[in-house]
Design a binder for this molecule. Structure first.
Ligand code: 5GP
Ligand code: ZN
Length: 120
């Protein structure tokens, strides 16, 4: 987890983590930050991001995978706190073909309704 707090000054989500851009925080610890998506696609739509600038899933490697594991521990905690007892979906868009719009690794937590037809 040695890369923690390595920010990119031009990155939107790094600015949100640093508090330079306001956000609705739902969870924070030493390694990750979670906030409400500005354009929610479900009653609960939260973004979970590492507190270091990793571009996408494509940059996950041996050096930072423990941090990614920590993010998934946080996702389980956040989902419980949000009362998503009936299930939820976790999505990470990686690169242009997946429609990734913010190049800072993030996991969408979507829930609070039956999301119907599955993507996979
Ligand atoms: P992506 O399309 O990269 O998978 O997800 C980016 C997400 O970030 C989108 O769902 C979008 O609504 C959200 N987003 C973009 N800009 C902001 C912002 O300034 N604040 C918040 N809270 N969410 C944002
Ligand atoms: Zn960033």
């Amino acid at each position: 987890m040695s890369d923690v707090l390595n920010y990119n000054d031009s990155c939107l989500f790094c600015k949100i983590i640093k508090g330079e851009i306001p956000s609705s925080k739902v969870y924070e610890d030493s390694f990750c930050y979670a906030f409400k998506d500005i354009n929610p696609q479900a009653p609960v739509h939260i973004l979970v991001v590492p507190k270091t600038h990793i571009v996408s899933c494509a940059e996950i490697d041996r050096k930072n995978s423990a941090l990614v594991g920590h993010l998934f521990e946080a996702i389980a905690v956040i989902a419980r706190e949000q009362g998503l007892d009936n299930g939820y979906r976790v999505i990470s868009n990686c690169g242009p073909d997946a429609g990734q719009t913010v190049p800072h690794l993030h996991f969408h937590i979507l829930g609070g309704k039956d999301m119907g037809e599955k993507l996979v």
